[in-house]
Design a protein around this ligand. Structure first.
Ligand code: E4P
Ligand code: PEP
Length: 338
C-alpha cells in the first residue's frame, strides 16, 4: 500500500502516519520527492485498511499497488518524474546530455574531457574514480584522488558530477563529492549498496544489470526508494545476448517499457552498449527517437591512451557532431535539449 501526501502535509502529519503504521505492526518507508512525499507500507494490508489512513491530516491519496515494486511504480505516481542534479533537470520535458571520461586518469585529461563536454553543450559531467573492472590487473581508478580531481573540474567548468560508487563503505565519501551517485551494471543487485545510496541524500543513476530483466531493475530502484530517495534515474546500457558484434545489445524497447511501468526518468548509455565509437551516434539517435530522457557518453581527449574503454570514447569532433544531431531531435518531440 502507498500513501501519497498532499503538498500541504507537515512533518507531524508524516510522523503520525509512521507512528500508527508501526503500532499496527507494519513498516513505513518515507520517500521525499521534489513535489511530494510518498509513504510505502509493508505489512498486513487488511490491517492498514482498517486504520482509516485516508482520513488523516495531510493525506492526498491511499493506493493499493499490485506491482511488486511500489514507490517507483507508475501505478502509484501516474505523472512521470523529473530528477534534478545540481539544478539540471532529467525528465520528460528535456533530453539531457551527460558526457565525460570513462575514468578519471589525470587532472589534465579530466579537465580537457570536461571542457569538450561543456563546449558541446553537455550539462552534467560523468567520470569514474572507482572503476569496476573485470580484471583485477586493469586500472581500478584513482579513488578519492579522482574525486578531488572531479570536484576541482566542477569548480572550473560549473558542470555537476556523476560518478560511480562500487562499495557500500564508500557511499558517504563519494556522496561528499558527487552531485549524482552512479550504480553500475555489475552492482545493480548489490542490495546493501542500493540501501546505502538510498540514504545518502544524493540523486542516483541506476544502470540496468547486464543480465537483468526490467522487473529486476525496477526492484533494485525500489530498494533505493524504500530508503527515502525517489531521485533515481534509470540507465539502459545494453544487455548480454548471443550477439558478439557489439559489446552489449542495446535494448531500446527497455525505454518505453520502463517509462510505462515506472515514473522514473530513463536514459541510455550508447557508449557501453555498442562499445564502439562508430556506434555511439546511431545509438544516440535511436535513444532520442525512442523517447529516452537523456544519454550518457564517454569522451576522451586521447582515446588511444585511455586507461579504460578507449575504443568507445568520442573525441572532440565526434562529440560536437553528436551534439549537433541531438539539437535537431528534441524540438521534434516537444522537448528541450539540456
Ligand atoms: C566501465 O567503465 C567499466 O569499468 C568498464 O567498462 C569495465 O570494463 P572491463 O570489465 O572490460 O574492464
Ligand atoms: C560506467 O559507466 O563507468 C560503467 C562502469 O558502466 P557500466 O556499469 O554500464 O558497465
Amino acid at each position: 500500500m502507498v500513501i501519497v501526501m498532499g503538498s500541504e502535509a507537515t512533518q507531524d502529519d508524516i510522523e503520525s502516519i509512521v507512528g500508527i503504521v508501526s503500532t499496527s505492526g507494519g513498516e513505513a518507508f518515507v520517500s521525499r520527492g521534489v513535489n511530494r512525499t510518498i509513504i510505502g507500507l509493508v505489512g498486513d494490508i487488511e490491517r492498514f485498511a482498517a486504520l482509516n489512513i485516508r482520513g488523516m491530516s495531510g493525506v492526498a491519496d491511499v493506493m493499493r499497488v499490485s506491482m511488486p515494486y511500489k514507490l517507483v511504480s507508475r501505478e502509484n505516481h501516474p505523472e512521470r518524474s523529473t530528477v534534478r542534479v545540481g539544478g539540471v533537470p532529467i525528465g520528460p520535458d528535456t533530453v539531457t546530455l551527460i558526457a565525460g571520461p570513462c575514468a578519471v586518469e589525470t587532472p589534465q585529461q579530466t579537465l580537457e574531457a570536461a571542457e569538450m563536454a561543456k563546449a558541446a553543450g553537455a550539462t552534467l559531467l560523468r567520470g569514474g574514480a572507482f572503476k569496476p573492472r573485470t580484471s583485477p590487473y586493469a586500472f581500478q581508478g584513482l579513488g578519492e584522488e579522482g574525486l578531488r580531481i572531479l570536484a576541482d573540474v566542477r569548480e572550473k567548468t560549473g558542470l555537476p558530477i556523476v560518478t560511480e560508487v562500487v562499495d557500500a563503505h564508500d557511499v558517504e565519501l563519494v556522496a561528499s563529492y558527487a552531485d549524482m551517485l552512479q550504480i553500475g551494471t555489475r552492482n545493480t543487485q548489490n542490495f546493501a549498496l542500493l540501501q546505502a545510496v538510498g540514504k545518502a541524500g544524493k540523486p542516483v543513476m541506476l544502470k540496468r544489470g547486464m543480465s537483468g530483466t526490467i522487473e529486476e531493475w525496477l526492484m533494485s530502484a525500489e530498494y533505493i526508494a524504500q530508503r527515502g530517495n525517489l531521485d533515481i534515474v534509470l540507465c539502459e546500457r545494453g544487455i548480454r545476448t548471443f550477439e558478439t558484434a557489439t559489446r552489449n545489445t542495446l535494448d531500446v524497447s527497455a525505454v518505453p517499457v520502463a517509462q510505462r511501468l515506472s515514473h522514473l526518468p530513463v536514459i541510455i548509455d550508447p557508449s557501453h552498449s555498442g562499445g564502439r565509437r562508430d556506434l555511439v551516434l546511431p545509438l544516440t539517435r535511436a535513444a532520442i527517437a525512442v523517447g529516452a530522457d537523456g544519454v550518457i557518453i564517454d569522451v576522451h581527449p586521447h582515446p588511444e591512451q585511455a586507461l579504460c574503454d578507449g575504443p568507445q570514447a568520442l573525441v572532440n569532433g565526434d562529440l560536437r557532431e553528436l551534439a549537433r544531431v541531438m539539437r535537431q531531435f528534441p524540438p521534434l518531440l516537444g522537448r528541450t535539449l539540456t
